[in-house]
Design a protein around this ligand. Structure first.
Ligand code: NAP
Length: 290
């Protein structure tokens, strides 16, 4: 049971976490802190939070768990502001999509509290944002990656893992760099590609005509270009060293395919498409089994 839970950034992720914990009867009081009053009022009206605090000092007072659920670039000012107000027993965790940057801020600004700063990332989301987009089942059956630090209290890591399991999630642990490398490949690169394709089409002279014929394939490939620009700007920048490597690897793959087109090499193209189709089918089947 969490007595006082503070959600900083009551959006899709923070709001859904509060809702799931409430539904499970695992929290007594949820306090929301954020940027716009309007979003916090929505969260209160929807019953996601019990009350709004305007500042982190009051919110942090005697908190059991503080969840940082703001965009990753807002983690630094949030951690800095929070630092002087933490009670010794409070566990701080985050839900940021990148881990090395957020961990760096915590190591720099929470050195005396680092044993109770537990980095995390729920692998669940949607293209919608804000408290109104939050829903109770978001984490049901989904993975949550926790990237514990050597300095962490084992008891605090367990409490955060149990918190996510209470929301129906499956908790995995791994080092932060491994996390950032994996998600650069399977999440950050696909988002970059999706935004890039829509941008490319949208600014052509005949964009209107092109969009009028775009159908299911275009819709599927570009679904994630409907994601929050601010959030994805922050993620791409925070993980840019690893993401640039992924862009280069993908570029090499495109160059390879371009060469096959130039050569009219249908056999090689078909081989690539065949491998990709099989790999995708196996991935999907594995997802259904798990
Ligand atoms: P969201 O729905 O936009 O929620 C973010 C919340 O943070 C909003 O309520 C926003 O307030 C508030 N906020 C923004 N800047 C702030 C600031 N400077 N100070 C205080 N509050 C601020 O975004 P989300 O999808 O929940 O993402 C939140 C975090 O989860 C991000 O770190 C993201 O990387 C991570 N994450 C997202 C996904 C996903 O697919 N969406 C998945 C896993 C993890 P306003 O409403 O007033 O703007």
């Amino acid at each position: 049971m969490i007595n006082k839970l503070v959600i900083v950034g009551v959006g899709l992720i923070g709001g859904s976490l509060a809702m799931a914990l409430r539904q499970a009867g695992a929290v007594r009081e949820v306090v929301g802190v954020g940027r716009s009053r309007e979003n916090l009022e929505t969260a209160r009206q929807l019953g996601i939070i019990d009350r709004i605090e305007t500042g982190l000092e009051a919110a942090a007072h005697e908190a059991d768990v503080i969840v940082l659920a703001v965009p990753v670039a807002a983690m630094l000012p949030t951690i800095k502001e929070l630092a002087p107000h933490l009670s010794p027993g409070t566990i701080v965790t985050d839900v940021g999509s990148t881990k090395r940057d957020v961990i760096g801020y915590a190591q720099q600004y929470l050195p005396n509290h680092i044993s109770r700063f537990i980095p995390g990332h729920p692998i669940a989301g949607a293209e919608k944002s804000g408290a109104a987009a939050a829903f109770t089942d978001l984490f049901q059956g989904r993975n949550v990656v926790v990237t514990p630090l050597p300095e962490n209290d084992a008891e605090a890591v367990t409490r955060i893992s149990v918190m996510w399991q209470t929301c129906g999630a499956i908790v995995n642990t791994m080092p932060a760099l491994r996390h950032d490398e994996i998600f650069a490949a399977v999440s950050h690169l696909p988002h970059l590609l999706s935004f890039a394709l829509v941008e490319d089409i949208a600014f052509r002279a005949n964009a209107k005509e092109l969009f009028s014929y775009a159908a299911g394939g275009f819709r599927d490939f570009t679904r994630i270009a409907g994601s929050h620009p601010e959030m994805w700007r922050d993620i791409c920048l925070a993980n840019r060293d690893v993401l640039i490597r992924e862009v280069d690897t993908y570029q090499a793959q495109l160059d390879r395919l371009r060469g096959m087109l130039e050569q009219g090499d249908g056999k090689s193209l078909e081989e690539v498409f065949g491998h990709a189709r099989t790999a995708r089918a196996e991935w999907l089947a594995g997802k259904q089994d798990s």
